[in-house]
Design a protein around this ligand. Structure first.
Ligand code: URA
Length: 238
């Protein structure tokens, strides 16, 4: 791939703007040797204004989503993309959220530009655990564990019952819920179905991947080992 296109695809500017960066001598190799648009170099060897480039295609990020931020590229209000460097929104292929969290839900959110990875995680056949902690308006009764685990719970306007889900009480009004699918507002609707109400929902893990001390609003790139942790306990339905 021509260097101009490679750098433009990372969101640093239009091809015309990136071509200008070459003319200005801002694109160099690691030794500071000025590069030209037609040179052939690997991504890792290139510097822009002396800085390594953002990661190439295949980027996967983990973000600790704050409340009040929407998992959408166009919406009124704050968007998750605003928590990332501005040029990330201009990358090609684009960086998408892996599934969604509601605006008021906090916690672990993945973003990637790798379509195959995204589908492997959100595919209905994937049984990757999504683990949430819920603060509730009412005390747990105790029978919710069985109801959620039954595989018979049918949510309003759904055609098929929910897959068995695991519920663990952490306090009278706090629970950890592990889901193996991702239906619309699923956790909130499940608690509503048993007469409760979620006051706050926080995702703590996807598969074996946790936030690992990542501060609210902060993000980090996932290396292949991190991505593997998502699939640590994967079971796929045949
Ligand atoms: N379930 C919900 O109800 N909301 C989320 O954001 C995620 C799971």
């Amino acid at each position: 791939m021509r260097l101009v296109r490679m750098i433009a695809n990372l969101g640093y500017g239009s091809r015309r703007e990136v071509a200008m960066m070459f003319r200005e001598g801002r694109v160099t190799d690691a030794d500071g040797e000025v590069l030209y648009a037609d040179d052939k170099r690997e991504h890792a060897e290139i510097r822009l204004d002396g800085e390594p480039l953002d990661p190439p295609q295949g980027l996967c990020l983990v973000l600790n989503k704050p409340a009040g931020v929407t998992c959408s590229t166009r919406d009124t209000g704050r968007l998750v993309h605003e928590l990332l460097p501005e040029r990330f929104a201009l990358r090609n292929p684009k960086l998408s959220t892996v599934g969604r969290l509601d605006r008021e839900t906090t916690g672990l959110l993945l973003l990637t530009d790798d379509g195959a990875l995204l589908h492997r995680i959100i595919s209905p056949r994937s049984r990757i655990a999504k683990v949430y902690e819920a603060e509730l308006a009412e005390d747990l009764r105790g029978d919710e564990v069985g109801t959620f685990a039954s595989g018979n719970l049918m949510l309003e306007s759904e055609q098929t019952p929910l897959l068995p889900a695991e519920l663990e009480a952490l306090a009278p009004r706090k629970a950890r819920l592990t889901l193996h699918e991702g239906r619309y507002h699923q956790a909130r609707r499940m608690f509503a179905a048993v007469g409760n109400h979620v006051l706050h929902l926080h995702r703590v893990a996807i598969g074996g991947l946790t936030l690992d001390g990542l501060e609210e609003g902060a993000w980090r790139t996932l290396d292949p080992g991190g991505i593997q942790r998502v699939f640590a306990a994967e079971t796929e339905q045949e």
